[in-house]
Design a protein around this ligand. Structure first.
Ligand code: GLC
Length: 735
């Protein structure tokens, strides 16, 4: 539809029609699973309003959505089609590693391909929008939603944010198999006080803009069609009613002109924050902040018509919101084809096809981080291996947002072993359950497995210990239940369940060759695991093909290459811990300064157990000292920092060279290191390569005391190494 026609459509619509375009309802209202009556009617979900809603979330399936769309448009006065939206976070049916695992690949291009596949499976299933990428910067492993982020670094997160938006949207949303991306949660949701979900966010404006906003900006610059508001307050004002944040910053400074959708019930929640006296005031605040779509509260439908008629809200605010919604539908081509890519035949053809599974397996392999290896890995062929632990036969390793991915489509670790030659030397035993009855968890669609009796658990444990005794080595598959990370899963203790720690201790007491395969959606306190096991492979929540990918790595067919996108703390007392911290006036260097009055703990080190960017390989790489092609440059010039990297081990492998910069003195203090570039290099044994990083004004810019992104002359240090703890550096000056 032309812009002119779109404007005419807007003008033709009644106020009620326009206001209800701003309503998003659960798909259940159209499938008969939810009724617009009783409590729902009191919330503004009347038959009348729902019949004119602008969008629906949570419904899925080509046949179902085509039917809903057809019936809906037949009743709509202006035949305006619905938008269908869903959380496709790490894949639809073919499930990829959770985003924190994808961050560990240090390969945004790979995530772009994963997003393309997710978009294709979503589009043929009738969807138009995904509530992804989540680009909240995270530093606190107590917050379960770190699982949905790509980590603690603004630069890395920005690359992944843009890559995922490109993957979902392609060049043109009208083209087949693309869906609109929704950058979330705007803004600063990843910094809840004490790591408690939905809690208050207290950030200086400087930190907020310098660390937390860049990844949203990258997604917007990549063309994200939507942004979602966050549940938290920013400077004491709930984001969803925050005019400064949404109009001055998001739309003004950051240039976002797409659709702003609230998070689930977030418009109603600005009442509970204590920001609005009632639902009417919440409607005013949210529409004045520029929130276009009200997700599942009915507050707009219930109040905006009267507020406009009473002169309390300008109709122009409604018109601008509705026009953005109509524009999005137009960009998707829904006025010409309201069913877009929904296609039952295509669904059967593409969903979980072998190409998609192969990509999921590649992404999983590359997401794994080898944290420790005293030679236990890779497995030695012909040796008897006991595969023990609750993840040996647990089928669901897709992460808690995989509401559409089905466990039946996932291979277990035992199945992955048995389809390989390693199967003939393998024995298996769960050893214990995932949770040991320690807690009850809730999923979107599933109920918790029943706990076996104490007697049965004892037998499981004893059997596992016997298997460990009789084996040359043990692969111990442990970790979080998939529902232990994700939304509303804050934990004050970031350890695996006690029952699994007991299994670890008993197995390690009888077998001195134990490799732990660790499943989690977040960094954990793994001091004891690291101490007792001879190898630790972090596999996150690896998705549909995770188990096969694990065997690719354990067998040595694939040499692990992942790097931590988020620090693994020494213990929870250290949290929030992140590599790009400020020096403080009393920096402490372990083992160096004896001064008592330094910024340090009495009982633990300052350093995390495993730092950002860390990850081992089955081979070893030698990295030469940093060489500079010159030491001084003027604004507008560039200089090069280079190293030679050599594979000095026995097998081919991939190293991720990371380039960090420190601005020694600036008008606002600078982090001790900031990631400004990285390069993945694959080398055969004995092979070496020169890796050069070009540095210019762009890498030196920061938010100065003038509140502008600019560089300042002075002394800098550049580091190039295999993780953020590298001291392999050289100085240079900007004149
Ligand atoms: C949830 C989440 C958000 C998600 C939305 C729709 O509460 O905060 O990430 O996209 O609701 O499911």
């Amino acid at each position: 539809m032309t812009e002119q026609k779109l404007k005419e459509l807007l003008q033709d619509m009644t106020l009620e029609e326009k206001v209800n375009q701003m309503l998003q309802v659960a798909g259940g209202f159209f499938t008969g699973d939810m009724m617009a009556m009783g409590p729902m009617a009191e919330k503004g979900f009347t038959e009348e309003n729902v019949s004119k809603a602008g969008s629906a979330l949570g419904a899925l399936g080509a046949e179902k959505l085509k039917k809903i769309q057809k019936e809906f448009m037949e009743k709509h006065p202006h035949k305006v089609p619905l938008l269908f939206m869903l959380d496709v976070i790490n894949g639809l049916k073919t499930v990829f590693p959770v985003p924190l695992g994808q961050g560990a690949t240090f390969e945004p291009e790979l995530s772009e391909r994963c997003a393309q596949v997710a978009a294709k499976e979503a589009a043929v299933s009738g969807l138009h929008v995904t509530f992804s990428p989540m680009v909240d910067l995270v530093r606190d492993a107590r917050w379960g939603r770190v699982m949905e982020s790509t980590g603690e670094d603004p630069y890395l997160n920005s690359l992944f944010s843009a890559a995922m938006v490109r993957g979902y949207q392609g060049e043109d949303l009208r083209e087949p198999y693309h869906v609109a991306a929704c950058v979330k949660h705007f803004a600063g949701y990843g910094a809840p006080t004490a790591g408690r979900d939905y809690n208050t966010v207290e950030l200086s404006r400087h930190t907020f803009k310098e660390f937390y906003l860049p990844a949203y900006q990258a997604g917007i610059d990549a063309g994200a069609a939507l942004v979602m508001t966050s549940f938290n307050t920013v400077d004491g004002v709930p984001a969803t009613g925050n005019r400064w944040l949404m109009r001055d910053v998001l739309r003004g400074e950051m240039g976002f002109d797409g659709v702003l959708i609230s998070d689930w019930a977030a418009i109603e929640e600005i009442i509970y924050h204590g920001y609005c006296a009632d639902r009417k005031e919440a409607a005013v605040r949210a529409v004045q902040a520029g929130v276009d779509i009200d997700m599942m509260t009915g507050i707009y439908s219930e109040n905006l018509c009267n507020l406009v008629r009473d002169g309390k809200v300008s109709e122009a605010l409604v018109d601008e919101a509705v026009y953005r919604i109509l524009e999005l539908k137009n960009k998707l081509g829904l006025f010409e084809n309201p069913y877009k890519d929904a296609d039952e035949e295509k669904e059967k053809e593409v969903i979980l096809c072998s190409a998609h599974r192969e990509l999921a397996r590649e992404a999983a392999r590359k997401s794994f981080v080898l944290l420790k290896n005293d030679g236990a890995l890779p497995l030695v062929k012909g040796k008897k291996v006991a595969y023990l632990g609750p993840y040996v036969e647990n089928r669901n390793m897709m992460g808690s947002w995989s509401i559409v991915g089905e466990a039946k489509d996932v291979t277990t670790l035992k199945e992955a072993v048995m389809e390989r030659e390693e199967g003939k030397d393998a024995v298996f035993g769960p050893g214990c359950t995932l949770l040991g009855g320690e807690m009850k968890l809730e999923g979107f669609t599933e109920t918790m497995e029943e706990e076996p009796s104490a007697q049965e658990c004892q037998v499981m444990l004893e059997e596992a210990v016997e298997l460990a005794k009789g084996a040359d080595m043990v692969v111990l598959a442990l970790g979080e239940h998939r529902l232990q990370s994700g939304e509303a899963t804050s934990n004050a203790t970031i350890q695996i369940p006690k029952v699994q720690m007991e299994l670890l201790r008993k197995v390690c007491a009888v077998n001195g060759n134990v490799a732990v395969v660790l499943f989690s959606g977040r960094p954990l306190d793994i001091r004891e695991i690291s101490e007792k096991a001879q190898a630790v492979l972090q596999v996150w929540m690896p998705g549909t093909e995770g188990a096969r990918a694990i065997m690719d790595v354990l067998s040595g067919d694939y040499n692990p290459s992942g790097k931590l996108p988020m620090s693994f703390p020494y213990c929870v007392g250290q949290v929030p811990v992140h590599y790009n911290e400020y020096s403080t006036g009393r920096p402490h260097v372990e083992g160096k300064d004896k001064d008592r009055f330094r910024s340090k703990y009495l009982d633990i080190p300052n350093e995390p157990l495993y730092p950002f960017g860390y990850g081992k390989s089955y081979t070893r790489f030698a990295i030469s000292p940093v060489e500079m092609d010159k030491e001084r440059m003027k604004k507008g010039e560039t200089l090069q920092a280079s190293v030679n990297v050599k594979n000095v081990g026995d097998v081919a492998g991939t190293e991720t060279l990371q380039m960090y910069i420190r601005d020694i003195a600036a008008s606002v203090v600078r982090p001790v290191k900031e990631l400004k570039g990285f390069r993945k290099v694959t080398l055969e044994p004995g092979q070496e390569e020169k890796v050069c990083f070009e540095i210019g004004d762009r890498q030196l810019r920061f938010l100065t005391e003038n509140d502008r992104w600019e560089s300042e002359p002075g002394e800098f240090e550049v580091f190039v190494g295999a993780d953020s703890s590298t001291v392999n550096g050289a100085k240079f000056w900007l004149e």
